[in-house]
Design a protein around this ligand. Structure first.
Ligand code: 4AD
Ligand code: MG
Length: 436
């Protein structure tokens, strides 16, 4: 009988049994008559023990100087070993080498330090490292948690288009695409406008997909292509939007803590910081935030947008995200409902993460009055013809409504404690990077 093929992640269920693991050589230590290939299979890493005396000579010889990232299937007996990283080792009985990476053209990413540009150029291989795999698994958990949260709260997933005829978040960050002969379309900046239509049809909806911004910023928080989840609710106001945002964040952090401890360990993330993320989040108006920032020495004046440094300053003494609302309408997109008490303020909210991770969520209440909406489109120099369908939502049963967008990479960067969000998506697109 041949040995069952198992994943390293499931190895604990096979103690004492002979199994096969299909993977790649992560690293290798040797000392004379024994060698220790570290095998990774995508689900984990296990140390194998190959003893010369127990194996055919040719096999031992081929294992003992096997090269990094060679592909092989190892068969051996699983043995509990308290000192091993995953708690188990594999005593090699047989192995089949599928491809030996030649010494003449070795795997380019070695255990020594490489510069970030080199690693980014080799992103397709870099993903095999422990750290990058941990980040991708945390990203997966976050995406799954987001979906579960909305699915469990009565939201319907409705996907919105990528090719769009009009701007949602200002005309300065649009990517134009030639659409057949003489039509120009844009890559979507946000599914929000369509989401608003979908919410009028289904009540509570969300869209979840890639969004694009031709932002010429080189900060550690900006990508030109990023994933955003956007819920939208009919019959909802700014308070409803804040409550939903808080609930989502707390739930997603909880899921990462519950299911991705091992990955957080690999990343040496301080989990106490994540455990502190509990409701309620502090709430603050833009007015007050400006005062707080000025008192902390920021040069911001009323009417200005917060820069990265401001966001970091604002959350400095805070162990959880802060929700800042009622920004000046002037610095916000066209669609924000004005505050009934001061129409210079927009009923928008930003959720700003602690530890310098900045704005992870932006959203608010939308204009539901047709006249005001039309006025705003003109003030923002947006072509009303392109928004006819959007205006229809204010003609046929208009209601207060709202929602938000959460950037997946920003959220994942915060969970993982990464310096830059470029590590939080498999193939980042940035101002100076569109490859590999
Ligand atoms: O604040 P933003 O621009 O809001 C919107 O797009 C709304 N239409 C969303 C809505 O209400 N449905 O973007 C929302 C979030 C930000 O808080 C941030 O997390 C992320 O999207 N984001 C980016 N992430 C990475 N790179 C960029 N260039 C980003 N721009 C925004
Ligand atoms: Mg924003």
């Amino acid at each position: 009988m041949s040995a069952p093929r198992v994943r390293i992640a499931d190895i604990a269920g096979y103690d004492g049994q002979t199994v096969s693991i299909a993977g790649w050589l992560y690293n290798l230590r040797r000392s004379g008559k024994i060698c220790f290939p570290l095998l990774r299979d995508g689900s984990g890493i296990i140390q194998c023990v190959a003893v010369k005396a127990n194996l055919p000579e040719a096999l031992f010889e081929s294992l003992k100087d096997l090269t990094q990232e060679s592909s092989l299937i190892v068969t051996g007996k699983v043995r509990a070993e308290a000192r091993a990283a995953g708690g188990f080792e594999l005593d090699v009985e047989a192995a089949e080498i599928l491809q030996r990476v030649p010494e003449s053209d070795p795997y380019p990413i070695t255990p020594k330090d490489h510069g970030i540009e080199f690693l980014m150029d080799h992103r397709h291989l870099w993903l095999r490292s422990k750290r990058q795999a941990a980040i991708l698994r945390i990203r997966h958990e976050v995406v799954k948690a987001i979906r579960d949260y909305f699915d469990n709260h009565g939201f319907t997933l409705v996907d919105t288009p990528i090719f769009t005829p009009a701007a949602c978040e200002g005309t300065s960050t649009l990517f134009e695409v030639k659409y057949f002969e003489d039509e120009m379309v844009y890559l979507t900046q946000s599914g929000q406008l369509y989401n608003e239509a979908n919410a009028m049809a289904l009540g509570k909806v969300y869209c979840f997909g890639p969004t694009f911004r031709a932002e010429k910023s080189k900060t550690r928080r900006h990508l030109t292509e990023f994933w955003m989840v956007e819920p939208e609710m009919a019959y909802a106001d700014l308070e409803d939007v804040k409550t939903l945002a808080e609930g989502l964040v707390v739930y997603c952090v909880g899921r990462v803590l519950e299911h991705r401890r091992a990955e957080l360990d690999v990343l040496e993330r301080d989990v106490k910081k994540l455990e502190a993320i509990q409701a309620p989040f502090p709430r603050m108006s833009y007015d007050d935030a400006v005062k707080v920032l000025q008192a902390k020495g920021s040069e911001i004046t009323w009417g200005g947008d917060f820069g990265n440094t401001d966001e970091t300053l604002l959350t400095q003494d805070c162990d959880r995200p802060i929700m800042v609302d009622r920004y000046p309408s002037e610095i916000k997109a066209f669609y924000f409902q004005p505050d009934a008490e001061n129409d210079k303020l927009a009923l928008g909210v930003d959720v700003i993460a602690p530890e310098g991770y900045g704005e992870i969520i932006g959203g608010g209440q939308r204009i539901h009055d047709p006249e005001l909406l039309l006025r705003r489109l003109k003030e923002h120099d947006l072509p009303p013809e392109a928004f006819n369908w959007y205006m229809d939502l204010r003609k046929y049963g208009t209601v207060p409504h709202g929602g938000f967008g959460m950037g997946v990479e920003r959220f994942v960067a915060w969970m993982c404690g990464t310096e830059h969000i470029r590590e939080c998506i498999a193939y980042p697109r940035m101002l100076y990077r569109t490859r590999p």
